[in-house]
Design a protein around this ligand. Structure first.
Ligand SMILES: NC(=O)c1ccc[n+]([C@@H]2O[C@H](COP(=O)([O-])OP(=O)(O)OC[C@H]3O[C@@H](n4cnc5c(N)ncnc54)[C@H](O)[C@@H]3O)[C@@H](O)[C@H]2O)c1
Length: 432
């Protein structure tokens, strides 16, 4: 702190100081002149708070209080306000830059916003398959233009595939790997959405026929992405709960790491999700991968347990009960799955993954008992070891699908199996 030396009036502690002390002053009470030191800063108003005799005078400390009384001080006020304004402007500019920068980092990332389409024309691959058929029927019911494609392979009874395609009447014999034909359909029909359900399904078959999975699920998936890239057509595709593999953290959430597939089928389904991400990254190809959890229902797949169990129970044949019944599955009725798929048509996304399950796993033994109750017949149980590549439990966390697309599975296992068994009775009595 700087001290000024000046001669002023004779001050005593407590005296006010209202102007800068200048010139030689004589103390009024004893006519003695003093040299005093006054704390430099602001002399507008203050009080003497301390004094001390030095050489020939008194050292005086003045405690000053700002009054903004001088021209110079008014300028300081203006300057201060200017500085505050500049700081506020800087903060606002910084915030604006940050927000703009965020937008640049994630362009178009507005998943699940509703989208209005003037006209929709949906292409469903695997249209003669179980899920594909039900999706086509629902689109037709909703008066949405739809075309299906399928290669009608003989993984299971082809007559069932023809039965489905005869019912819908819109499925063409086209392989997804056929880039030329797929491109032609997309262009001539002015397709607005692709729902890709064609695949080599089934965990157990992948133990003996891995090439069929690599061909249909990986090679054809890349062909489809090649067909779609740069068209702006969004892709809705089937993934599977099997991607969770050896994950023991239940319920299975889309946030869980999926790095331990238990079967080749599961690995190809995970590959789909990774490839979809690559095409988003490179070409901004929008996609949503739907992880289905054990879908069942009328016109279902004969290779799946619920179908073969019903068949064998009615025929009085033994049913294989793997891992001695110590398995559970999140069985999901076909209509709930179809609702989830359809809800993805009218929303926006860039690259997304959703679980579509029931969110209520059932033990295998409970599942068998429910079929027995509905069928009114006891099953002959043939307990077996766990099959390689199978997993102990599947259990969907569907909170993301609920929040994003309003997915709401509402068909109980008992109701769903009752509908399936009613259909199965009619189907099995038909001449083949
Ligand atoms: N059903 C389930 O429980 C379940 C569970 C998880 C995931 N998925 C997946 O859902 C999708 C539909 O399953 P689904 O149960 O309807 O099976 P599905 O076998 O009944 O249907 C698949 C259809 O795709 C056809 N297909 C196979 N490869 C093809 C190709 N290269 N070109 C054209 N068509 C081809 C088949 O002929 C079949 O009709 C599949 O991707 C499957 O992996 C199903």
């Amino acid at each position: 702190m700087e001290w000024l030396t000046s001669l002023v009036d004779c001050f005593t502690i407590g005296d006010p100081v209202s102007k800068p002390p200048t010139g030689k002053q004589v103390c009024s009470n004893d006519n003695t002149s003093f040299t005093i030191k006054i704390k430099a800063s602001n002399y507008s108003q203050g009080r003497i708070v301390e004094e001390d005799t030095i050489n020939e005078g008194i050292k005086v400390k003045v405690e000053c209080r700002k009054m903004w009384s001088t021209k110079c001080e008014r300028l300081s006020l203006f300057q201060n306000r200017l500085i505050i304004l500049i700081v506020i402007a800087f903060i606002i500019m910084h915030l604006m830059f940050y927000l703009t920068d965020e937008k640049l980092k994630t362009p178009e990332r507005k998943s699940w916003e509703k989208v209005q389409y003037d006209k929709k024309f949906v292409l469903v691959t695997g249209g003669a398959g179980f899920v594909g058929h039900h999706v086509i029927m629902r689109l037709k019911q909703d008066n949405i233009n739809v075309i299906g494609t399928d290669n009608f392979n003989d993984y299971y009874n082809v007559s069932l595939k023809y039965l489905r395609s005869n019912i819908s009447g819109v499925v063409q014999h086209v392989d997804v790997c056929d880039l030329k034909k797929m491109t032609e359909i997309i262009a001539t029909k002015k397709i607005t959405h692709v729902i890709h359900l064609a695949a080599q399904a089934g965990v157990r078959y992948s133990l003996t026929n891995p090439q069929a999975y690599v061909k249909s699920n990986v090679e054809c998936f890349v062909q489809l992405l090649e067909t779609l890239k740069n068209t702006g057509i969004p892709l809705i595709y089937a993934s599977s709960s099997s991607v969770y593999g050896k994950n023991t953290n239940i319920p299975f959430s889309e946030d869980h790491p999926v790095v331990q597939p238990a079967s080749l089928y599961a690995a190809t389904k995970r590959e789909n999700e990774l490839l979809a991400h690559v095409y988003w990254n490179l070409y901004k190809q929008r996609s949503v991968g739907l992880r289905f959890f054990t879908v069942y229902g009328p016109l279902g797949r004969p290779d799946m347990a619920y179908f073969s169990f019903a068949k064998n129970i009615f025929k009085g044949l033994p049913i294989p009960v793997f891992n001695f019944g110590k398995l559970s599955r999140d069985f999901t009725y076909i209509d709930d799955i179809v609702n989830g798929i359809i809800k993805c048509i009218d929303v926006k996304y860039d690259y997304e993954i959703l679980n579509l399950g029931r969110g209520e796993p059932q033990s295998l033994m409970q599942f068998i008992k429910t079929i027995e109750d509905i069928a009114g017949k006891k099953a002959v149980l043939d307990f077996k070891e766990m099959v390689k590549g199978d997993v102990l439990v599947t259990y969907a966390d569907v909170s993301k699908a609920k929040a994003s697309i309003g997915y709401s599975p509402n068909v109980s296992l008992k109701d769903g199996l009752t509908r399936f068994i009613s259909w199965y009775k009619l189907y099995s009595n038909q001449p083949k």
